[in-house]
Design a protein around this ligand. Structure first.
Ligand SMILES: Cc1ncc(COP(=O)(O)O)c(C=O)c1O
Length: 465
């Protein structure tokens, strides 16, 4: 690959992309119509977990930038694939097949075991929209969907309606709210029915879904699909019990309703298995992917069982939907995940992180629950272990302190549903799957120090041992 600019010089391009002065930052921020963080990030360590900001500050990234950089920042093979593909063919109209697009579909079929695949270059929300369209096409006449409390499926106007409502934070309504009927997510730590798993035998949760299908819709024939994140992500790192998901799939079979696993966050090795479906040995009718699939490039995929009728060109085309660059990156990204054994690595490093977090739970009264699989973990901070009241301000402070000390953590999405449990008390632990053991330890030590400071300042019990 002989890449040379022809209009500008290499130095001019480099300078444009790597330098900016304070006044330009201020002006651009004023111009920006969307929300922006304070820190300007400049470069990541190739194939690693470290990112540097404009001032050269080193930060250990425990978020993988929205749980996306499973192979680390700018993985050399992924970047090479994208550069090579760009240098040969950087855009085609939707309908034209390209080699990376064809091979990626087959790779996804091989890994995930679904016979049919739709790719997109928009991401996870678009993948869900495709699943909704496929459900309506394959169950003619059905146009209603069941979605879980505290779910998140995307930010289009339809998916705003499908996701957890955020009145006040979102100043408009999603479109088609009447199409999305809600059911309680099996959140065992804060059971919606105030019961205990496994003694509950999952009966209240599953009965609720069945009754919702029958009585809270225009009838069984109107329900096209049930969407579920098998581990709820933005809702607080909440794993649904395996048997719940198994029985949900059986309910879907019983009523001819498609079950869609939204594995935006949990697939591509993150949970120590290719997906939660793999981890639990289940196969829903459809599965959607994004985030870690592209190695940092924008992509989404909808996977469906072999019997599904597909979409016509007018039903699923976008200007950039055939762009071969993200597909080239994603193909190589998946092969890198395989070659570096990152699925197994996520499992092993995840077990180690979970052990350390559980030790922290022994020490710090503020930690109510530790949960998750692989490198997809959450720390639920509570004011009181009996009432489980979320420790919101404290969680914000822990994350702030950790960033000051050089480790980037994130919280869950905001919830201002009055009395309802807020999601923003769960600290997410989701570093790149390539994170080195010393970096993981360093970041967990920083988390521990921050928990210690906050426990002291807010008067929570803790032991120093
Ligand atoms: C569970 C889940 N589903 C869907 C989406 C939407 O993906 P995107 O933002 O790529 O549209 C997200 C994004 O955060 C997600 O976390």
């Amino acid at each position: 690959m002989d890449l040379k600019p022809s209009v500008l010089t290499e130095d001019e391009i480099k300078s444009l992309l790597t330098t900016i002065d304070e006044s330009l930052i201020r002006e651009a921020k004023k111009t920006c119509l969307t929300g922006l963080e304070d820190t300007v990030l400049v470069r990541g360590e190739p194939g690693g977990s470290i990112v540097y900001d404009l001032n050269g500050r080193r930060i250990i990234d425990m978020t993988s930038q929205a749980w996306t950089l499973n192979v680390g920042y700018s993985h050399p093979d992924v970047v090479y694939a994208a550069a090579l593909q760009s240098s040969m063919l950087n855009h085609v109209r939707y309908g034209f097949p390209t080699i990376p697009r064809l091979k990626l579909m087959l790779k996804l079929k091989e890994i995930y075991g679904y016979e049919r695949v739709a790719l997109n270059t928009q991401g996870g929300g678009w993948a869900i929209e495709v699943a909704l369209k496929l459900a309506m096409i394959n169950k003619p006449g059905a146009d209603t969907f069941l979605v879980a409390w505290r779910s998140y499926h995307g930010n289009s106007l339809a998916l705003t309606a499908a996701s957890h409502p955020l009145p006040g934070l979102i100043r408009y309504k999603g479109f088609g709210e009447e199409r999305f009927i809600r059911y309680p997510y099996p959140y065992c730590y804060r059971c919606p029915f105030k019961m205990k798993y496994p003694e509950c035998s999952l009966d209240p949760c599953l009965t609720f879904v069945e009754k919702t299908i029958k009585y809270a819709t225009r009838g069984v024939n109107s329900v096209a699909a049930i969407l579920i994140e098998p581990i709820q992500g933005p809702g607080g790192v909440v794993p649904a019990p395996r048997d719940y998901l198994k029985e949900l799939i059986e309910l879907g079979e019983k009523y001819n309703i498609f079950i869609v696993f939204d594995e935006a966050q949990t697939a591509n090795g993150r949970v120590g298995a290719w997906s939660v479906a793999h981890l639990y040995g289940l196969k829903p009718h459809m599965m959607t992917l994004t985030k870690g699939l592209g190695g940092g490039f924008p992509i989404g995929a909808t996977l469906a069982k072999g019997e599904f009728k597909g979409l016509s060109y007018p039903e699923e085309h976008t200007t950039f939907g055939g762009n071969p660059v993200p597909y080239a990156a994603a193909l190589i990204n998946l092969i890198v995940i395989e070659k570096l054994n990152l699925v197994e690595r996520a499992r092993i490093m995840g077990e180690y992180a979970l052990k350390r977090l559980n030790e922290m739970k022994e020490k710090f009264e503020i930690i109510g629950d530790v949960r998750g699989y692989g490198l997809y973990l959450g720390l639920d901070l509570v004011k009181n272990r009996e009432t489980k009241e979320p420790a919101l301000e404290e969680a914000e402070e822990v994350v702030k302190r950790a960033l000051d000390k050089g480790a980037l953590y994130a919280l869950d999405m905001p919830d201002i549903m009055g009395e309802e449990v807020s999601m923003r008390n769960v600290i997410k632990i989701r570093p790149p799957l390539v994170i080195k053991k010393e970096e993981l330890d360093e970041a967990l030590n920083i988390l521990e120090e921050s928990l210690m400071e906050i426990s002291r300042e807010y008067d929570y019990k803790f032991s120093k041992a």
